[in-house]
Design a protein around this ligand. Sequence first.
Ligand SMILES: [Zn+2]
Length: 265
Amino acid sequence: MFDLLIKDGYMIDGSGQSRVRSDIGIIGEKIAFIGDSTDKDSKAIINANGLIVSPGFIDAHTHHDGILLNDPQHASSLRQGVTTEILGQDGLSYAPLSSENYEIQRKYLGGILGMPPENLDMSSIRAFRSHYHKKVSINTAYRVSHGALRMESVGFFDKPLRSKELDHAKNLLEEGLDQGSVGLATGMSYHPNAWSDTDELIELCKVVKEKDGVYITHLRDINPERGFGGGGVPEALEIGKRSGVRVHFSHTRTSAENAGQVSKV
Ligand SMILES: [Zn+2]
């Protein structure tokens, strides 16, 4: 006896196999049966009637950090089949931040992330995650925000992190990774991230490498002279080579300078 039987759906299992018309029997929270359920009983039945049945999708790049806290049902993603989102993208997010810096970033990032409630504790990755875990309809994962690390170590100022300020940022990053963050994210179209240089990012990424996280980066188009090879892909590759970190390059774009060269880019 199943708790739930999903009948007659087109099953796509994520393995790369073609879809298969099949029934799925569930007991508790686990799939217990896949096949023809003609002689099986179930407490509840959903007739999928030829619709797609698949695992939930993971959206690897969203900017819903703020809006999720105001609209935890989050129908805009859920109704597309998205059940997990990776937050903290482009180094634009809220943790780790003191209450003063959270108040600044909350407003500063309002145009891209939405406006979350005031007075939330964002002082650690653990605190950040607690606002989402089992409180919003989807699962979330978080990459430590490069912008937050800079705010906490040097403030909203134009200088690359060095010595004590860099050490402080590295300690915060390590703590965040220990508290369940899955890596570090930056985006160098945006301040304060764009005030960094390649050496700063390599030092931070050594910490990420040590904790087996992933470094995710949006191209550098502000202060390109501070980036190895003028920023962009060459800088990302250099950071990967010299720190050993795994790199995910999240944004690039065409411009007047490279029009018509998309394949090369
Ligand atoms: Zn983005």
